[in-house]
Design a protein around this ligand. Sequence first.
Ligand code: ATP
Length: 519
Amino acid sequence: MKPVGLVKGPAESPHEFRFITPDNTRLKVGEFVYYNFNGRKVLCRVSKRLPLRQYPDIYLSNPSVEPERILRVIGVSTREFDLYEMRATILGYYDRQLGFINPRIPPKPGMPVYLAEREIIESALLKKRAGEVGSIHLGYLLNREEDIPVVIDTSLTVSEHLAILAGTGSGKSYLAGVIVEELLKPYNRASVLVFDPHGEYHTLREVEGLEEFRDGDYSPRVRIYGREDIKLRLSELDYDELVNLLPNLTDKMEAMLSRIYRELSEQGHFTVDDLIARLEELREREETTANGLIWRVRRYLRDMDLIDDYRHMDLKNLLRPGQASILQLTEMSDMEQELLVSALMKRILKARINAEKGSDGEKLEYPVFVIIEEAHRFASRDSRSFDVLRTILSEGRKFGVGVCLISQRPSKIDSDILSQCMTQVVMRMVNPADQDNVRKSVESIGREMIEELPGLTKGQAVVSGVAINTPVLIRVRKRLTSHGGASKNAPEEWIRWSEKGEERARVVERKARLFWDDE
Ligand SMILES: Nc1ncnc2c1ncn2[C@@H]1O[C@H](COP(=O)(O)OP(=O)(O)OP(=O)(O)O)[C@@H](O)[C@H]1O
């Protein structure tokens, strides 16, 4: 193996050193290199690339004269301008039990530095190999032409929560689609639920017809739930959730509703009519308050498609191993969406706790993974679903409720919640407030990786956290199913529609002429 550079000496920090490399090695920030120490390969990450010597300004003063020509005329070699000083952070040699062990002695000046080969990358960076049971193959190492797979550990990803953060259009939902595909592969057979506010995930249904997802009797299912199928049973709402549905309640109304709610929920199941009947009984004593509530219950509860007297989603149908259920929230108001996330997540957590503790009531016998798109709307402090998400993010791992938060506005997600996502995939991000929030809440990512974020392009990402041994830059793999959230090409659509319009106009014209001819 030919070295890519020679060590210059230690840098400011004991965990860093500098080495010199010629331009033709094309080493980039984020690349993995190593040096030999006592017969071991010590892995390092390139953290900075600086040209060693720049052309003097005077060589660049005439835009029509290339500086190389000047160098040739004065007899100076161009090679000395092709040298780069690289900084490398020492990760250490990898021990399966102890993780990276840093020898704490930087390499000596003059020592050769090598590009890390596929074998050392796979064995030191990854906890799982592609296709192994419990693996999620996200993509490939960004800086290599050769496809070196980057794989994360499914168990740690789902039990310790995942965050996918990036500016809009960077490829978040495309990547989430890749993750769902991986989770439905025969080597994971996961139970996945997706809250899909923009209707981007229905194309995952294509997995049902793809050979790659079959193994013996196993073949995954993708169920799409539209507005008609998404129901919450009235009597299952908490008092707080019920109050949130009825606007502008006076203190007296709240007191009356709380009393009735307590009575009715003690009897178990109740309907909107039961609520109204009880309020009508109270009309004689407190007419104004009861009338105000009756009006609101009729106006807001009766008309809300999401709330039903009897129907609700059966958890055992919604969440099954080898199945992804997509809840399409496209036609729901923000308030309904938050209420749905809140009520359903509470039910799921309770069913998992019942199963784990052997308590009575609804049970879910296996762990589940829930993907929440537009997470800043559901996990900000003023959201109706904030409390339940905070509980699940801090305690869900004990009960097997894993969450993936996806957001283009991480600064709006509560930082306590964000910091509970122990695996992070961060994509292109230019907003300084969001970068700052990521820096604070996502400790594992490291300063030098944060600096890379604005320079990433679509489909490129930094993966860090518990499911991988060290942060890695990746290009996301191609989807096996089509992407439901593909950006629209406006000019193409205008042209297609204008042609359709002309076609229609020609048909109308032809019809008119025939009518005239008949005359
Ligand atoms: N890895 C990739 N390979 C190929 N195309 C990609 C990749 N990632 C994203 N794209 C394309 O980029 C566009 C935007 O991707 P995507 O919808 O995933 O972005 P997003 O970050 O979820 O955007 P938004 O915040 O608007 O929801 C889509 O047209 C998608 O097909």
